[in-house]
Design a protein around this ligand. Structure first.
Ligand code: GLU
Length: 503
């Protein structure tokens, strides 16, 4: 029987979720859904010094907005809770004790002053101090002290940490689903702290204990955790547990140059690096988000999926369901993925075309009401007329405002080009023709007006250009007869008369 796939997204609530974090969550979600597995949210909040109020809510809101909700997590118990490490504090000590008992870890009493001195003296000699196999038996810990000395220190309440006793002289053969085989010489590793003097586990211990207890089968996380892989695999082995599979996702790189994408890149080039707007509780500074900038979650998800993954075909536009179907960890790249703000806009433009028309109508109606416009016009038809040229719903207003508000000023270049001496009398004549039309549908108005122009033998531009100026205010916009039919006979005639008066 194959095991149920269980994956987790394990952010630390230290601030707003960067889009790199959302990408990690998304890949976990896609992998889980593809294999009918479970997607878990675990909040890694053991480091109380770095805890930021509001960050956990932000993470949850961001996942919901991106349409990748978790199956198990805080407030959604699947039998493996609690899902916040701060609520699991009592669980970790026993595993640290077990490691000590079995000889895989040791108590270390070195004070921070002692360690600082060691660091400094090494630096003076041009070396780096590393707490490891080479010096651990000479330092202030249970490997160098007698059992009695250790017990009396602990009984006296002297603070200690628990360190991992990294095995020596071993070449570890690790496997990463994306990078393949990786060899690590254990002599190059340091003895990481597993348990802190404040009674809290470090990330390393809590993370693997929780992954084990939550029966996680696949750890899919950012590349920045690759250096911890050896320690994690050794911890599983030392605790006698089977390790999950690991996949480390490539970094998301700056649009230009080298290095990790940062908030500064976004600020400089004018794009958000957060899914939702974030107000920093410390200084109330506001960082922009994709949602508030008018992006559709479908576009953001599609863009994120392509940061480090591609289906191996030409297809670029994907719905979430299509992504679930196509997703394959084996097709995730090792190399860092360059973030491309222009491509992000392209995804947005494309997804706007495919968006559910009711979503667009709803968003557009918010804009109309902000502009105090109440209308009986067919908003759906108006949106569909111009949608092709819009990237954001907010563009729809610029492309359609003339449907709702008559022009009050006119593009001077257009006037110069199209408004001639005989234009007023032709426009008067046109208003009379329009006035006689009873069926003011697009096709009927078009055929009558075109028939009249043809009969007069004056050339289309002479009528159509001034008419466009009258209805739109410039020489831009969709089909004129469509505009006329939407704004109606009275309004069409009124706009023509106003234009004659004003020019
Ligand atoms: N809490 C870690 C983070 O903030 C989780 C790393 C992991 O997924 O193991 O990224």
């Amino acid at each position: 029987m194959t095991k149920d796939i269980r994956v987790r997204f394990a952010p630390s609530p230290t601030g707003p979720l960067h889009i790199g974090g959302v990408r990690t969550a998304l890949f976990n979600y896609l992998y889980a859904k593809k294999h009918n597995g479970t997607f878990i949210l675990r909040i890694e909040d053991t480091d109380q010094n770095r805890y930021v109020p509001g960050a956990e809510n932000y993470i949850q809101d961001a996942l919901n907005w991106c349409m990748i909700p978790y199956d198990e997590g805080p407030e959604k118990d699947g039998g493996f809770g609690p899902y916040r490490q701060s609520e699991r504090k009592h669980l970790y000590q026993e595993y640290a004790d077990q490691l000590i008992k079995d000889g895989y870890a040791y108590y270390a009493f070195d004070t921070s002053e002692e360690l600082d001195d060691l660091r400094k003296s090494h630096e003076t000699n041009g070396e780096t101090f590393v707490y490891n196999w080479s010096n651990r038996t000479n330092l202030n810990n249970s490997l160098s002290l007698t059992n009695e000395e250790v017990s009396s220190k602990i009984d006296a309440g002297i603070p200690y940490v628990i360190r991992f006793k990294t095995p020596t002289n071993e070449i570890l053969q690790l496997n990463d689903e994306i990078r393949g085989k990786i060899k690590i010489d254990t002599n190059n590793l340091d003895d990481k702290i597993l348990f802190k003097s404040d009674g809290m586990p470090t990330y390393h211990l809590a993370n693997i204990v929780d992954d084990h207890l939550m029966k996680i089968t696949h750890v899919i996380r950012g590349e920045e955790w690759l250096p911890s892989l050896a320690l994690h695999v050794l911890l599983y082995r030392s605790l006698g547990w089977e390790a999950p599979s690991f996949a480390h996702l490539p970094l998301i790189l700056k649009p230009v140059g080298k290095g990790k994408l940062s908030k500064r890149d976004g600020d400089k080039m004018g794009f958000p690096v957060f899914p939702l707007q974030w107000t920093d509780p410390k200084d109330n500074s506001v960082s922009s988000g994709y949602r508030e900038d008018g992006y559709l979650p479908e576009a953001v998800v599609n863009m994120l999926a392509f940061l480090g993954w591609n289906p191996g075909t030409e297809q670029e536009l994907f719905s979430l369901d299509q992504l679930i179907n196509a997703f394959d960890l084996g097709k995730v790249n090792k190399a860092g993925a360059k973030f491309d703000p222009e491509k992000t806009k392209w995804f947005q433009q494309q997804h706007l075309q495919q968006a559910d028309i009711t979503t667009l109508i709803n968003q557009f109606e918010v804009i109309l009401s902000e502009k105090n416009i109440s209308t009986t016009a067919n908003v759906q038809q108006i949106i569909e007329t111009v949608k092709e040229r819009a990237t954001f719903t907010s563009d729809l207003w610029d492309l359609t405002s003339f449907f709702f508000i008559a022009p009050t000023s006119y593009d001077s270049k257009a006037i110069k080009k199209a408004w001639k001496d005989d234009t007023p009398s032709l426009m008067h004549e046109l208003t009379r023709i329009l006035n006689d039309i009873t069926d003011f549908s697009e096709t009927n108005v078009a055929s009558i007006v075109k028939g009249w122009i043809t009969a007069k033998e004056i050339g289309f531009g002479k009528i159509m250009m001034p008419l466009r100026i009258a209805l739109v205010g410039s020489l831009q916009g969709p089909d004129l007869f469509l505009i006329a039919s939407i704004i109606g006979k009275e309004e069409t005639i009124k706009r023509i008369k106003d234009t004659i008066e004003r020019n």
